[in-house]
Design a protein around this ligand. Structure first.
Ligand code: ZN
Length: 154
């Protein structure tokens, strides 16, 4: 199992492995996450990607993540991938913060992107795939969303 974490202050990375050969995908995306998965797939399709969560075996789950991380993309040896989101963080987050977090984790899980910590003009992070460990600032809002998504699905 390989894990990426997005956190506010620093990055945690853990590596392991697991056997889940008996795993069967059963539509496992929580309702409150599904709207963001759907939105991600739509934005992806508009940029030339074709993503099917079941075929890709990508699911979502809420967890009490016991580090300072708020999200994680778990990758199993079988190819199954799970986005774990910290329930407490989720419940106090805005719509845009939730979208940012899900899109970041799906950037790992669905697009197989690594972190990109480059800084652009005025100290702005150039990518949603920023790890949170550097000093650039993310301004993800309705004005910047489109450009960030173009970079995400490049
Ligand atoms: Zn990350």
């Amino acid at each position: 199992m390989r894990s990426y974490w997005i956190i506010i202050v620093y990055l945690a990375l853990s590596v392991g492995c697991s056997d889940d050969s008996d795993y069967v995908y059963e539509n496992e995306i929580p309702d409150s996450m599904r709207t963001y998965f759907d939105s991600f797939a739509l934005e992806a399709s508009e940029r030339g990607w074709s993503i099917n969560w079941e075929a890709e075996r990508i699911s979502g789950s809420f967890d009490d993540i016991d580090t300072d991380a708020v999200g994680q993309c778990e990758t199993y040896d079988s190819g199954r991938r799970v986005i774990n989101i910290d329930k407490t963080y989720w419940e106090r987050s805005s719509d845009m913060q939730r979208e940012f977090l899900i899109f970041h984790e799906l950037g790992h899980c669905a697009l197989k992107r690594d972190h990109l910590n480059d800084t652009g003009a005025a100290g702005k992070c150039i990518s949603i795939m920023n790890s949170g460990e550097n000093l650039c600032s993310i301004r993800y809002n309705s004005a910047t969303r489109s450009a960030y998504l173009d970079e995400l699905f490049l």
